[in-house]
Design a protein around this ligand. Structure first.
Ligand code: UDP
Length: 242
């Protein structure tokens, strides 16, 4: 990114720059990957570009379905222009199938298809290791009103419906995903962050037996190898749709 734009914020996977229009930001997707609260780190050449392109396509799909998002347009392959938001420090995880931390913290077996989607809300706070919250704890911290919390939960359920059928169409099982929301300058709630294989679990449905084939960040978490190939495959399947 050339230096006429000021770096406002650098996260683990993205850099956020100012835009000439103060209501907008420029988001650059990095090739860095982190897991387990950044205890594990690596770089995958081309990951930023793939996550940016995949996210853009998903945001476009959601916008078409009347979900308010921060996405405006792609600037280039690894950079997008988005509406500036004040991020709500909550990570909203929706699970369709049990896996990951849910199976470490409960007796539910990995791969169990949940009768109804489960929503787990975590505090976005690296120092505290993103703890799982309760509704009462959220209220206690005064992070947002219960009306806004309900709005975010309802949006998450709607987003799940849209994404689940979209991914099923390209032979992918949407196991779970993490969303972040924020307030724009009008104080409206928008979906922010990214939607990519870095924060969604996607399993390949093109399998003859029951083996789980992850096409997402679990490849990195579990050292399975072939991360760029998997992310490229998702991008290829999405692009074949149009
Ligand atoms: N997730 C994420 N960022 C986090 C934690 C989780 O994007 O800091 C995503 C993760 O990729 C998965 C979903 O949220 O799609 C549920 O993750 P889980 O709670 O099972 O955590 P993990 O297995 O990573 O400990």
């Amino acid at each position: 990114m050339n230096n006429k734009y000021e770096l406002i914020y650098e996260g683990k996977a993205k850099k956020v720059f100012s835009h000439n229009d103060s209501d907008k930001v420029i988001i650059e997707f990095k090739d860095d990957a982190t897991a387990f609260n950044a205890l594990k780190k690596a770089r995958f050449e081309g990951k930023g570009k793939l996550n940016c392109l995949i996210s853009a396509r998903i945001f476009e799909l959601l916008i078409k379905n009347n979900i308010p998002t921060h996405f405006i347009e792609l600037k280039n392959e690894n950079t997008m222009i988005a509406k500036k938001i004040k991020v709500i420090p909550l990570e909203i995880v929706l699970r369709n199938t049990a896996y990951g931390s849910l199976c470490k913290q409960t007796t539910i077996k990995p791969g169990t298809v949940l009768v109804k989607p489960l929503i787990d809300i975590y505090l976005k706070n690296d120092e505290l290791n993103d703890p799982l919250l309760t509704k009462d704890r959220i209220e206690l911290m005064n992070i947002l009103s219960s009306k806004d919390l309900d709005l975010i939960i309802n949006l998450t359920i709607k987003i799940n419906g849209i994404m689940k059928s979209f991914f099923k169409n390209i032979q992918l099982q949407l196991v779970d995903f993490k969303l972040e929301f924020g307030y724009d300058f009008k104080n409206d709630i928008l979906l922010g962050d990214e939607i990519s294989p870095d924060n969604c679990r996607l399993w390949d449905l093109n399998q003859k037996n029951d083996t789980i084939v992850s096409l997402d960040k679990d490849i990195f978490r579990n050292d399975l190898g072939g991360l760029i190939e998997a992310y490229s495959e998702i991008n290829r399947r999405i692009n074949k749709l149009t």
